[in-house]
Design a protein around this ligand. Structure first.
Ligand code: ATP
Ligand code: MG
Length: 319
């Protein structure tokens, strides 16, 4: 896989949002100089706790959010600031699946209408549309297709609705899917089925994924690589097994300690419910106010990115 060209290349991505700070205008940086690449057919799992900037990275990639600095290249095209027609064309390559399938489907439309719309928008006509709807429903396991076509979203289970959302994303034949916590709102018993489906799509279409999750266990199952985010910055990136077996960053170790069955023990620091500080102008490592290894340098200077091995990097003053 390593000789293959990158499908997605993100360099030094920065996303800022204005916030009201006692009447003064200031900014938060939920994505703070993040870089990564994804190859065709590869799954990069993006892990981190609430508020660490995961969804904002996903939204910047599908260009729902405008990047403030840095570049995004997909399929060798610079898509960082594309608009209008270029953006419509781009959405044939890249689609997003959201956490809440009910919220992302229209309650007044049938499943067939949900799938017909993107097919027509991207040029399919006549009986081809109907055949493609059937193929898509079969692809995501919503059979018998004749029954599913005429249903409304509220007549399906959560897992079935998420399958419709995935089918709709597939309608344009994308090369890359951003899946933002696609299983976290689903019943535990049906999560594995959705993960298996995505894994099958990866194999069958050589589809690449940015898989966003809180959960290291599913990241390990589905991800080829895992990238750990905290406070808008990348703490550690490695091949999935390597990251789970040999975590280097104190934050990764803390996440693993909180994952049942990981084999790593350690109490969570008392401040573990404190949200990361994203305010522009904060200094040093974003994890420094929770880190058990913290020293003065951590509060003052951004940690350098240390290359642990060819496929493993971490950003910590103490590794
Ligand atoms: N459009 C916006 N305007 C202002 N602030 C925003 C906007 N979108 C997100 N934020 C803020 O950016 C920070 C990161 O949000 P983001 O949704 O990317 O986190 P996340 O890692 O996906 O969290 P979660 O696990 O809860 O989904 C949060 O503090 C959030 O409030
Ligand atoms: Mg999110």
């Amino acid at each position: 896989m390593s000789e293959q060209r990158n499908l997605v290349e993100v360099k030094d991505l920065l996303v800022k949002f204005p916030i009201a700070d006692g009447g003064r205008r200031s900014f938060i940086r939920p994505v703070d100089h993040v870089s990564f690449a994804i190859k065709p057919g590869e799954v990069l799992a993006l892990v981190g706790e609430s508020g660490s900037g995961k969804s904002t990275i996903g939204k910047a990639l599908v260009r729902i959010v405008e990047p403030s600095e840095g570049t995004i290249h997909v399929n060798d095209q610079d898509v960082t600031h594309i608009k209008r027609r270029e953006l419509v064309a781009y959405r044939r390559y890249v689609q997003m699946v959201f956490q809440d399938p009910f919220g992302s489907l229209n309650p007044t439309r049938t499943i067939e209408q949900h799938l017909t719309f993107p097919l027509k928008k991207h040029g399919e006509r006549g009986t081809n549309v109907s055949t493609s709807v059937d193929e898509l429903l079969e692809r995501v396991g919503l059979t018998p297709v004749a029954e599913t076509r005429v249903k409304f979203p509220h007549e399906l289970s959560g897992g079935q609705r998420q399958r419709v959302a995935i089918a709709r994303a597939l309608a344009v034949n994308p090369k890359f899917l951003v899946a933002d916590e696609p299983i976290s709102m689903l019943d535990v018993s049906i999560r594995a089925g959705i993960l298996k489906l995505m894994n099958q799509l990866r194999e069958d279409f050589n589809l690449a994924f940015l898989y966003i999750t809180h959960d290291l266990a599913s990241a390990r199952y589905f991800g080829n690589r895992i990238m750990v985010l905290y406070g808008g910055k990348v703490m550690e990136t490695a091949n999935s097994d390597e990251l789970i077996r040999h975590p280097m960053h104190p934050y990764t170790r803390l996440l693993l300690a909180a994952t049942p069955g990981s084999g790593i023990r350690g109490a969570l620091p008392e401040t573990s419910n404190k949200a990361p500080n994203l305010v522009e102008g904060r200094k040093g490592c974003p994890f420094s106010d929770r880190c058990p290894l913290v020293t003065d340098i951590c509060r003052e200077q951004d940690p350098p990115i240390v290359q642990v091995s060819e496929t493993h990097t971490t950003a910590c003053h103490h590794v």
